[in-house]
Design a protein around this ligand. Structure first.
Ligand SMILES: *[C@@H]1O[C@H](CO)[C@@H](O)[C@H](O)[C@H]1NC(C)=O
Ligand SMILES: *[C@@H]1O[C@H](CO)[C@@H](O)[C@H](O)[C@H]1NC(C)=O
Ligand SMILES: *[C@@H]1O[C@H](CO)[C@@H](O)[C@H](O)[C@H]1NC(C)=O
Ligand SMILES: *[C@@H]1O[C@H](CO)[C@@H](O)[C@H](O)[C@H]1NC(C)=O
Length: 633
C-alpha cells in the first residue's frame, strides 16, 4: 500500500515538473482593484488601493459605505467572533471589519466576520508588497462548507494604509469609508464582451462543482443576453504543453494530444485509474468546436454552447463513466448540431501537427493589456478585466451589467423576468411523446425533466426516455409499454399490478417497450411450437393461432392434440353409468329408509302386544292418541 502511494506521489511530482503552463510568469497576473475612499477623519481623507477577493459578492457597479471596526481580540479572525460583534444597529451605517492577514484562509476570516454581522471585510496585509488577489482555498472540505455562503465583499489593503487606520481607530476616532466598484470594469459601449475560462473536467473538487453549478445557473441569463445581441461571449479552455524533452514519456503520452502540443492534467492525478488528461483535452477541444460550429453556421446560434455544456455535464459525467466521445456526440445530435462539422473542426488528435483551435487558446492565455494571464480556473473576464468574486448568477450578472455604458443596459439587468421559450425549438433536445414533453422553460434556461402526468411522476433521464412508474402507470402512455389494437382485440405489455417494466402478453415476444416492435406476434404455426400433430391444420392469428383437426377429430387445446370423438362418447357412457349408479344408490337409500320404517312399526306393534297383556287399551291402533284424550277429560 505504502509503495503504491509513493508511486502516485512520484507521478504527481512528475506531472508538476513536466507540464508547463503557457503563461510565462505569475508576474503578469492582474489584481482586480476596487477603489476605496476614506470620508472621515479628515487626516485620512483620500482614495486608496484595495484588491477584490476572489470569493464573496463584490457589488460591481455599486458602492457601499460604512464604519470601520477593529475586533478587540481575535485580530486575525481565525476564530469565531461573538454573535453580532460587527453588526450595526438597525438604521445605522453598516460596519466593515478590519482584520489581519495570516494563520488561516482569507475565506475563513471573511466568513467569521460575516457570521458576526460585518457588511464587508478589509484584510490588512502583513508585509509591504504589491497587493495580491485573495483566492478561495482549494480542496479544503472544511472551507467548502461555508465558501458558497459568503455573501459579503472583501478586499485586501496595504500594510501602510492598515497601520494608519488602526492608529486612528485605537484613538477612538470614527472612520467612515466608501467602497466603490463602479469603475472596477470598463463600460465603453452597449455591448459587453466576456469570456469564461473553464474545463470539461467535472471531478476536481469544490472548484469543479462551483463551475458546473455556475454554468447551469447562468445559462438562462447568458442565452438571453447573447440572443439579444447585448453580449459577445467566448468560451476558453486552458491548455498546457509538454516540453520537448519529455514528449516520449508515459506522462505526456497519457495527458497530451497532437504529439505533446496540448495537454491537460489527469483528472484524478493518478495515471493508473479513471480518465487521463488526454481525454480531458479532447473533450475541451470538442466543446470549443461546438462553439465554433454553432457560431459560424447560419443561422448563428453560439448560445447553444451553454446547452451543450450543461447537457454534457448531466448526461456524460465522469462518475458514471460516460465522459467521452460517444456520449458527447449523442448530446450534439440531440441539440441538432452538425456532428460532422464538429469532427472536422477537431481534426486528428493523434497526428503530429498543430491544431489551430487549441493553438489559439494557448495564445489567448497570455494576457494582453489590462487583462493579465489566466492562471486561475475558472476565470471570468468581462470587458477585458478579470472578474473577482463568487461565481454566482446574481453577482456575475451584476458585473456584466456594470459593463454597459449608462442607460444602455439590457432589460435583464433591470429585472430577471425576461422569458424565452426554448422548448419551442426542437423541443429543446428533450424527450417527447405525443403531447407529453420533458422540456421545461425556466429562468435557468430550458431543462429536460420528466413530467408529472395526472399524478404519476414519469422517471428517466429526460433526454431519451421517460416512463411512468408505480401504481396507475398504465394510464399514462401505457407505462411506456407497447400496446396495439386490431379490430376488437387490444393487447398491452403494461400490467398495473407490476411496479415497473413491461412484459409482452402471451402469444407475443419482445422487450415490451413502446414502439411498433416492442412486442411482435409469435407465429406458432411457422415456428412449429403449437398444433403440430399429423392431423392438425394450423393457422396463425394475431396474438394466438387456430388449430383444426382432420378426419372428424376434436382439438384439445390444453393437450395441443387431436382426439377421437368416439373416445369422447365412451366418456359419455361413463357419465351415464355414473348417473345410473347414483340412481341405484338413491334407490338403495330409499329402500333402507322404508325398511327402517317398517322395522319400527313392527317393533311398535310388538311392544303394544306385550303391553296389552298387562293393561287395558282403548284402541289397539293408536295408543298415544288415546292417552292424550284421557288427559283432556
Ligand atoms: C450555507 O447555506 C445553506 C443554505 O442557505 C445552509 O443550509 C447551510 O447550513 C449553510 N452553511 C453554513 C456553514 O452556514
Ligand atoms: C463568433 O462569431 C462572431 C461574429 O461572426 C465573431 O466576431 C467571433 O470572432 C466568433 N468567435 C469565435 C471564437 O469564432
Ligand atoms: C420504479 O419505482 C421503484 C420504487 O418506487 C424503483 O425501485 C424502481 O427502480 C423504479 N423503476 C424505474 C424504471 O425507475
Ligand atoms: C426493445 O426492443 C426494441 C426493438 O427491438 C429496441 O429498439 C429497443 O431499443 C429495445 N429496448 C430496450 C430497453 O432494450
Amino acid at each position: 500500500m505504502r509503495g503504491m502511494e509513493k508511486v502516485a506521489v512520484m507521478a504527481r511530482l512528475l506531472v508538476a515538473l513536466v507540464l508547463v503552463v503557457v503563461a510565462p510568469s505569475m508576474g503578469a497576473f492582474v489584481v482586480e482593484e476596487n477603489s476605496l475612499s476614506v470620508i472621515t477623519p479628515e487626516s485620512l481623507q483620500g482614495t486608496y488601493q484595495s484588491a477584490i477577493g476572489n470569493f464573496g459578492v463584490p457589488q460591481y457597479g455599486g458602492t457601499l459605505s460604512g464604519f470601520v471596526v477593529l475586533p478587540k481580540v481575535n485580530f486575525k479572525a481565525c476564530d469565531v467572533f461573538p454573535a453580532d460583534h460587527f453588526r450595526a444597529k438597525p438604521g445605522a451605517r453598516p460596519n466593515f471589519a478590519l482584520v489581519d492577514r495570516g494563520d488561516c484562509y482569507f475565506a475563513t476570516k471573511v466568513w467569521h466576520a460575516q457570521e458576526a454581522g460585518a457588511a464587508a471585510v478589509l484584510v490588512a496585509d502583513n508585509k509591504q508588497e504589491e497587493l495580491i488577489t485573495m483566492d478561495s482555498p482549494e480542496e479544503d472540505p472544511a472551507a467548502s462548507q461555508y465558501l458558497n455562503n459568503i455573501s459579503i465583499p472583501s478586499a485586501l489593503i496595504t500594510k501602510d494604509f492598515a497601520d494608519k487606520l488602526k492608529k486612528v481607530l485605537n484613538g477612538n476616532e470614527l472612520v467612515t469609508m466608501k467602497l466603490d466598484w463602479r469603475e472596477s470594469l470598463p463600460h465603453p459601449d452597449e455591448r459587453v464582451e466576456y469570456e469564461f475560462w473553464t474545463n470539461s473536467n467535472d471531478e476536481c473538487g469544490p472548484k469543479c462543482d462551483a463551475q458546473v453549478e455556475f454554468v447551469r445557473n447562468f445559462k438562462g441569463v447568458a442565452q438571453i443576453l447573447e440572443r439579444g445581441g447585448y453580449t459577445q461571449f467566448t468560451p476558453h479552455y486552458i491548455t498546457w504543453y509538454c516540453p520537448q524533452a519529455f514528449i516520449e514519456s508515459k506522462q505526456c503520452k497519457a495527458q497530451c494530444i497532437n504529439n505533446g502540443r496540448y495537454c491537460a492534467p489527469d483528472p484524478e492525478q493518478d495515471f493508473s485509474v479513471g480518465y487521463d488528461g488526454k481525454q480531458v483535452v479532447t473533450e475541451n477541444l470538442r466543446q470549443l468546436c461546438v462553439f465554433k460550429v454553432t457560431n459560424e453556421t447560419s443561422p448563428r446560434q453560439p448560445w447553444k454552447w451553454w446547452d451543450f455544456v450543461t447537457d454534457f455535464q448531466i448526461r456524460c459525467p465522469m462518475e458514471e463513466k460516460k465522459y467521452g466521445p460517444a456520449c458527447a456526440e449523442e448530446v450534439i445530435k440531440s441539440l441538432s448540431i452538425d456532428v460532422e462539422a464538429v469532427r472536422k473542426c477537431m481534426g486528428n488528435p493523434d497526428a503530429d501537427e498543430e491544431n489551430p483551435i487549441l493553438r489559439n487558446e494557448q495564445d489567448a492565455q497570455v494576457g494582453q493589456g489590462t487583462r493579465g494571464d489566466v492562471t486561475l480556473l475558472p476565470t471570468l473576464i468581462v470587458n477585458q478585466r478579470q472578474y473577482r468574486g463568487k461565481l454566482d448568477k446574481t453577482a456575475v450578472l451584476k458585473a456584466i451589467c456594470s459593463g454597459y455604458q449608462e442607460s444602455t443596459d439590457p432589460p435583464v439587468c433591470l429585472s430577471d423576468s425576461v422569458e424565452t421559450n426554448e422548448c419551442l425549438d426542437n423541443n429543446g433536445g428533450c424527450w417527447k411523446s405525443g403531447t407529453l414533453t420533458a422540456c421545461q422553460d425556466t429562468f435557468r434556461g430550458r431543462i429536460c425533466q420528466c413530467p408529472l402526468v395526472s399524478g404519476v411522476q414519469l422517471e428517466g433521464d429526460g433526454y431519451t426516455h421517460c416512463e411512468a412508474n408505480g401504481s396507475g402507470r398504465c394510464k399514462v402512455l401505457n407505462g411506456g409499454c407497447w400496446e396495439d389494437t386490431k379490430g376488437d382485440i387490444r393487447y398491452s405489455a403494461c400490467q398495473d399490478n407490476q411496479h415497473s417494466g413491461c412484459q409482452c402478453p402471451e402469444g407475443f415476444r419482445g422487450n415490451g417497450t413502446a414502439g411498433a416492435d416492442g412486442c411482435v406476434d409469435i407465429n406458432e404455426c411457422k415456428e412449429k411450437t403449437k398444433c403440430q400433430c399429423s392431423e392438425c391444420k394450423c393457422t396463425n392469428t394475431w396474438g394466438s393461432y387456430n388449430c383444426e383437426c382432420s378426419g372428424g377429430l376434436l382439438y384439445m387445446q390444453e393437450h395441443d392434440t387431436c382426439i377421437n370423438r368416439i373416445s369422447s362418447q365412451s366418456k359419455l357412457g361413463l357419465t351415464v353409468s355414473l348417473i345410473v349408479l347414483a340412481g341405484i344408490s338413491v334407490l338403495g337409500l330409499g329402500g333402507y329408509v322404508v325398511y327402517k320404517y317398517r322395522l319400527r312399526s313392527y317393533m311398535d306393534s310388538e311392544i303394544r302386544a306385550i303391553m296389552a297383556q298387562y293393561m287395558p287399551l282403548d284402541s289397539q291402533n293408536d295408543s298415544v292418541q288415546t292417552h292424550s284424550q284421557d288427559n283432556d277429560v
